[in-house]
Design a protein around this ligand. Structure first.
Ligand SMILES: *Cc1c(COP(=O)(O)O)cnc(C)c1O
Length: 380
């Protein structure tokens, strides 16, 4: 079955109790045993819950995996995946990525005795040079946040496989509709379902999806041990959002590309970072690896930080807020907002600048979005 069909039906048959056509919210902590030493399908909601299972099966189907896991937030998904590591292991992390990932690997994972090394994974020779006998995991994110750099997932996965190292890809920016890392050889896909998968800015959530059964068992145990699972009501909301993912992603892509093309021609815009533009240095890789670009990208204005702040204060429709992937358009300043948890020199080394603006283009009418940015650019 195809993506649109799976998003509505995978894991979601009519409910066995009363035939409800949509998975009900099983808002319950524990389940009655059928008899002594005879648990039913579910026994306790941390270990498993029917609403959560519906979402997890749907996520697995959409990413082409065998097991999906719904976690409390994107960061809970990160913490659960990082718990696969132990003291003495070596973790390679791409050097330009979500600020919260930077923070957890430097402030938490490193303190657990894991050697954390940042490597520019666009440079495959640098990756090969960084491999050690104790390297256990390579952590990727593509497109990167907020720089919209791309990583060649197939090439990275091939290098890792040869060395017997696990790979993870944070696929939040594209969602399974536009990119499927498992099909390119990546072992673990991670999502902040807070973003496109839920898509309505009304819940926080995370997901992990794997193909390998043993890896699925290990992550399932960690989800249960850590208690990092997502609550039934939130699973219900994410599953409800997921049903329209294909429709939403098509419009996010179309609207964002139209905005990017307008900005590229605008005299007050210094640079547009969008992998769907022919001017993007990795345009060919985008065409090969992704089926679309989603709604989030960045641009730099002429006039430095002061001009960026004036733009942020002049928009009327775009909302000044962190996060991305919702139906509504958002605008933010990575230097002082989403990427503040990265030290200044790390931000600078990655290429984040004070004149950079990140936008999450929503599903409003594209002309309203273009008009809002045009009037705000006229004000800077
Ligand atoms: C938001 C985000 C996360 C963290 O997810 P939360 O749901 O906020 O915990 C991780 N990775 C990326 C790329 C994100 O955008």
């Amino acid at each position: 079955m195809r993506f649109e069909t799976l998003s509505i039906h995978a894991g979601q048959g009519p409910d066995p109790a009363y035939g409800a056509v949509m998975p009900p919210i099983y808002q319950v902590s524990t389940f009655a045993f059928e008899g002594v030493k005879q648990p039913g399908v579910f026994d306790y909601s941390r270990s498993g819950n029917p609403t959560r299972r519906a979402l997890e099966e749907c996520l697995a189907a959409l990413e082409g995996g065998t097991r999906g896991f719904a976690l409390g937030t994107g960061m809970a998904a990160e913490a659960t995946a990082l718990a696969l590591l132990q003291a003495g292991d070596h973790l390679i992390v791409h050097d330009d990525l979500y600020g919260g990932t930077y923070r957890i690997v430097t402030s938490f994972t490193a303190k657990q005795g894991v050697a954390v090394e940042f490597v520019n994974l666009r440079d495959l020779d640098a990756l090969r040079a960084a491999l050690r006998p104790e390297t256990r995991l390579i952590w990727t994110e593509t497109p990167t946040n907020p720089l919209m750099n791309l990583l060649d997932l197939e090439a990275i996965a091939a290098i890792a496989k040869e060395a017997g190292i696990l790979t993870l890809c944070d696929n939040t920016f594209l969602s399974p509709y536009f990119q499927n890392p498992l099909a390119l050889g990546i072992d673990i896909v991670l999502h902040s379902t807070t973003k496109y998968i839920n898509g309505h800015s009304d819940v926080v959530g995370g997901a992990l999806v794997v193909k390998d059964a043993d890896l699925g068992e290990r992550i399932g145990l960690l989800q249960n041990m850590l208690g990092s699972c997502q609550a039934p009501f939130d699973c219900f909301l994410v599953l409800r959002g997921l049903k329209t993912l294909a429709l939403r992603m098509e419009t996010h892509h179309r609207n964002a590309l139209a905005v990017a093309r307008m900005l590229e021609k605008h005299p007050k815009v210094r640079r547009v970072l969008h992998p769907g533009l022919e001017s993007h240095p990795q345009y060919a890789l985008a065409q090969k690896q992704m089926r679309g670009c989603g709604g989030t990208f960045s641009f730099c204005v002429e006039g430095g930080e002061a001009a960026a702040f004036r733009l942020l204060e002049s928009v009327r429709l775009f909302i000044l807020a962190e996060s991305l992937g919702g139906v509504e358009s958002l605008i933010e300043h990575p230097w002082t907002m989403t990427h503040l948890s990265m030290p200044e020199d790390a931000r600078r080394r990655a290429g984040i600048t004070e004149d950079m603006i990140r936008i999450s283009v929503g599903l409003e009418h594209v002309d309203d979005l273009l008009e809002d940015l045009e009037q705000a650019l006229a004000a800077i």
